[in-house]
Design a protein around this ligand. Structure first.
Ligand code: WTA
Length: 634
């Protein structure tokens, strides 16, 4: 990548993307790079045919790189490791594709994946891609209810899961949540394919459940891949929006693979022959899809895949892995970096991290202190002691690929800034009227022109797709983030401007958690805000009004209810959505039109002086809340 790419892309954007598309193997070449005749419904590389799995696996084997390690898999139990070459990955993906076919999965059918970070997760995704059966990966930390609603929304007929996974040294179960979800999905799921990972006991339903080792291992390792239309659906990834119901973000094949492989190569300055890349994201999130599966594998990279948490069995586990495999490019989230800062620099200092040459950050704004700490303590061995370049990458589930980021060795970087749009991407910051703001001002982050890996729609809901992303200013993609341009015109992303929270880099909807809370019989009303948190970026803080029948409000009762409510949210959505604090309050602050003023609740949650209350219907409410609330932050 060189500076000149920016000008080239600006002069001929479609030509630039066509050039990037040439990096992949196509069956039939496209007729048109971009069809934007019916916005906001884009078609990229229309007329072209391609198979994502072939591009991620087979073509590297055909090119004589079959013996190259694709994945250094590291299980959570120490010494439980496996190196998988591209040739081995090809065999495994082919077997899994044959097995899924035997289970009745055909092109266009949806497959839900609910797995820990084990090789089978990647293998299943690629097997689905090979068949043209869109996958929907559900993060293992989501509840049975959340899994069921995703299975139902996209109509998945097969679920691939495991008996369990390892978490902080102990096996934790996954299969019971699937059993529950399958029951809730009411006959929709025909088969559950179960990987034996932990060996724990599982309930077994003969008519539905199949062991992976029974069905997959015996299959042939030969599979003839069909070429799919460039716009054939690749996957659906659910993400939280401003309303209660998660949206199924649809990504398609050709453009997505062009966008992810190009950006993975350019942003991380990838040298596939020598780099060892590691992205710590879970495959249950979009980062795991674009920068653990599709981007790096399309580029033929060697990468680490780690099953566990950073602190098991000790707080240096990640650094030990970097040292062992000689990781050169490392991509993680600011929340993790802040946790390491708290643990102290001595921990990474105990390991040889000199292989690191590029560091990436994603998921939330990175504060300058964390950026500098990361550069110095993790990347300190690089760049003549100046520290490795840090790429602060801005993107979203919807964008599919990184859109804003510095480029190592090409552009300048500033701690805390995502800097500028990649070549081929047109981003801007605008005011309420949709006018571009001058340098030195703030506003809303937008994308002006379509890009290859953009979402194509919300699964089953074109109207919601238009309303959510394209209606605020005509013809412009609104990301839901606020941003500012500094005096040099570089972009600083400030965070969400809607009711979406960002907790440890995970997107959560305030409305979704409020709905979970009011579904509890004791809750009359609930309001949720994201309060600033030193480690997780934001934390979920809930304010609830109990029903009269919930008993007299003495402190002991309330403490029980608070615990109960936190667990209830975990059950409804998943442990990641558990409120840090639940405050039982007698009233909620509302405007005269009945809108909850979250801004004031945020003041309470962040222990700040309460802001302007003049628009409240009843201005004494804030006093009531502050004197009468019960909190819990266990
Ligand atoms: C936030 C994760 C600031 C942002 C890839 C966005 C960021 C949301 C950054 C998308 C960054 C992501 N700087 N904020 N570098 N990266 N975000 O869909 O608010 O899980 O809208 O995708 O995360 O979260 P999502």
């Amino acid at each position: 990548m060189t500076e000149e790419a920016y000008a080239r892309a600006e002069a001929d954007r479609e030509g630039f993307w066509a050039e990037q598309a040439e990096r992949l193997d196509w069956g039939r070449k496209w007729d048109r790079v971009l069809d934007w005749d019916n916005p906001p419904f884009a078609k990229w590389f229309s007329g072209g045919t391609i198979n994502a799995a072939v591009n991620c696996v087979d073509r590297h084997v055909q090119a004589g790189r079959g013996d190259k390690v694709a994945i250094h898999w590291v299980g959570e139990p120490v010494d439980d490791t496996r190196d998988i070459t591209y040739a081995q990955l090809q065999d495994e993906v082919n077997r899994a594709a044959n097995a899924l076919t035997e289970l009745g999965v055909a092109k266009g059918d949806r497959v839900a994946i609910y797995l820990p970070m084990i090789p089978e997760a990647v293998i299943t995704m690629l097997a689905c891609a090979r068949l043209g059966a869109p996958h929907t990966v559900v993060f293992g930390g989501f509840s049975a209810d959340a899994l069921a609603s995703r299975i139902v929304d996209c109509g998945a007929k097969v679920v691939v899961t495991a008996d369990g996974g390892y978490r902080r040294g102990a096996p934790s179960a996954l299969k019971p949540a699937v059993d529950d979800a399958v029951a809730k999905a009411d006959g929709l799921v025909e088969h559950v394919l179960v990987v034996r990972r932990t060996g724990q006991d599982v309930a077994w339903n003969e008519s539905v459940d199949k062991w992976w080792h029974d069905v997959v291992d015996a299959q042939s390792n030969e599979h003839v891949a069909e070429l799919h239309d460039a716009e054939h659906p690749l996957y659906v990834m659910y993400t939280s929006g401003t309303t209660g119901k998660p949206k199924g973000i649809l990504h398609t094949t050709g453009g997505y693979l062009v966008g992810t492989s190009y950006s993975h190569w350019a942003v991380f300055d990838l040298k596939a022959d020598t780099d060892v890349y590691w992205c710590t994201a879970d495959i249950g999130w979009v980062t795991g899809h674009s920068y653990l599966v599709y981007g790096p594998l399309a580029n033929g990279a060697t990468q680490v895949l780690y099953e566990g948490t950073p602190d098991s069995p000790h707080k240096g586990r990640w650094w030990e892995i970097i040292e062992k495999y000689g990781v050169t490019i490392f991509y993680t989230a600011p929340t993790a970096i802040r946790t390491f800062m708290k643990w102290g620099r001595d921990i990474p200092a105990g390991f040889d991290l000199s292989s690191i040459r590029v560091l990436g950050s994603v998921g939330e704004p990175i504060n300058p202190e964390a950026y500098v700490w990361y550069k110095e303590n993790i990347g300190g061995g690089a760049g003549d002691g100046a520290g490795a370049p840090v790429v602060d990458t801005w993107w979203q589930t919807e964008t599919g690929q990184i859109l804003i980021s510095p480029l190592p060795g090409v552009t300048e970087a500033k701690p805390g800034s995502a800097m500028r749009a990649l070549p081929g991407i047109v981003a801007d910051v605008v005011n309420d009227e949709g006018e571009s703001v001058p340098d030195g001002s703030g506003g809303y982050l937008i994308i002006r022109e379509p890009w290859p890996a953009m979402l194509r729609t919300v699964w089953g809901d074109d109207q919601r797709f238009k309303d959510t992303y394209w209606s605020r200013w005509p013809g412009v993609y609104f990301a839901g983030d606020g941003a500012k341009k500094d005096e040099d015109g570089d972009i600083w992303v400030l965070g969400r401007v809607d009711d979406v929270m960002n907790v440890s880099g995970h997107r959560l909807s305030t409305t979704e958690i409020e709905s979970a809370l009011v579904s509890h019989p004791k809750v009359a009303e609930a309001a949720v805000v994201g309060a600033t948190d030193d480690t997780t970026g934001q934390a979920v803080c809930a304010f609830v009004i109990l029903r009269d029948s919930a008993g007299d409000e003495d402190a002991a009762d309330n403490a029980d209810i608070v615990t109960d409510l936190r667990n209830h949210v975990a059950k409804e959505i998943g442990a990641i959505a558990k409120p840090r604090q639940v405050m039982v309050v007698p009233e909620l602050p509302k405007t005269r039109s009945g809108k909850i003023m979250r801004r004031l609740l945020r003041d309470v949650a962040e222990n700040r002086e309460i802001g302007d209350v003049t628009t409240l219907a009843d201005s004494s409410v804030m006093n009531l809340i502050q004197t009468g609330m019960n909190t819990s932050d266990d």
